[in-house]
Design a protein around this ligand. Structure first.
Ligand code: FE2
Ligand code: FE2
Length: 321
């Protein structure tokens, strides 16, 4: 009787007892090996955030930037700060919900990294004299869209493949600008970690995407387009601050597309090639970029923007090296 009662309660369990019984293709097994490697690399390369930031501040004698630049840095990296918290939440959810062992391990390692990214960025902003409050509504939309996604596929696509690559792009541009030496050196630590997180996306998404059919695939495409739309609006809102830091939003966008294209190409290579829909999306993005980012202070009429959109959308698509 008690046995039956326990079994009745046990019909639904949060423990996936069949996780090792799942059928696996040779490709899935190879990618699982890479995901396991991501977990161990995360363990080997974990850095002490408190120690690193303190030593960089000592090395450069603190942070010395003019007030206007400090404010612009604060605004851009406040967006990164909340993005790190979003990444922490998403990776913790993935660590909980993904079933295959190696993907779960990689997501768990990422959650550990993102906790460090979040508290170190907060400490850096404090040292900069900037108090984080709230981001612009467009950047918030981007973060909320990924956090609010109901399907794990969308969370993984949105965070690991799209937002992580946007963060890598911003880090690269800020580092190249050399605007503030403490931050520029600190970002190297972030970049190494974020590259592993993109790896979780490129290695595990194929397994999830392959299971998608018809309407699900269309929903994923729509989700991606919504994210691109709000991310472009967020970049537009950030443009004056980037300009203050000596960074061109157009250049940042170009670099971002290149990094993202590489990540997507790596993922599609695992799935047997680039889908035809990709060319249409790339053309659309090239057009939006040309129309939206003529440069700060460059006055362009609506008619001229439309012309620029079509000219860029019709131009040959650049392929990543
Ligand atoms: Fe991060
Ligand atoms: Fe990350």
């Amino acid at each position: 009787m008690i046995t039956q009662l326990a079994e009745w309660h046990g019909r639904k369990s949060r423990i996936p007892f069949d996780m090792f019984a799942l059928a696996r293709s040779a490709d899935d097994a190879r990618r699982a090996g890479k995901l396991r490697h991501i977990y161990h690399r995360g363990q080997d390369l974990a850095w002490d955030g408190q120690e690193v930031l303190a030593s960089l501040l000592a090395k450069h004698g603190g942070i010395h930037v003019p007030p206007a630049k400090a404010r612009a840095l604060g605004k851009v990296f406040e967006m990164i700060l909340w993005g790190e918290l979003a990444a922490w939440k998403v990776s913790a959810e993935l660590a909980d919900e993904l079933v295959p062992l190696e993907a779960k391990m990689a997501a768990t390692a990422q959650a550990h990294d993102e906790a460090r990214h979040f508290y170190v960025m907060y400490d850096y902003l404090q040292a900069l004299g900037y108090t984080p409050t709230k981001v612009d509504p467009f950047s918030q939309r981007v973060l909320d869209l990924v956090l609010g996604a109901r399907r794990m596929t969308h969370k993984l696509l949105g965070m690991q493949l799209m937002l992580e690559t946007i963060a890598l792009t911003i880090f690269g541009e800020v580092r190249d600008s050399g605007v503030e030496p403490v931050l520029c050196e600190l970002l190297r630590y972030y970049e190494k970690d974020e590259a592993r997180h993109v790896g979780l996306g490129t290695q595990f998404l194929p397994t999830l995407l392959r299971g998608e059919r018809g309407i699900e695939a269309a929903e994923t495409m729509l989700f991606q387009l919504r994210l691109v739309f709000w991310a472009t609006a967020s970049l537009k809102a950030m443009e004056p601050d980037l300009h203050e830091l000596g960074i061109s939003a157009h250049h940042l966008n170009e670099r971002g597309k290149e990094i993202q294209t590489k990540a997507f190409a790596e993922m599609w290579a695992q799935m047997g090639g680039t889908p035809p829909s990709h060319a249409a999306v790339t053309r659309l993005l090239d057009g939006v970029d040309a129309a939206m980012f003529p440069g700060v202070g460059v006055d362009v009429s609506v008619g001229e923007r439309v012309k620029r959109f079509f000219a860029a959308a019709r131009a040959p698509i650049a392929t990543p090296a």
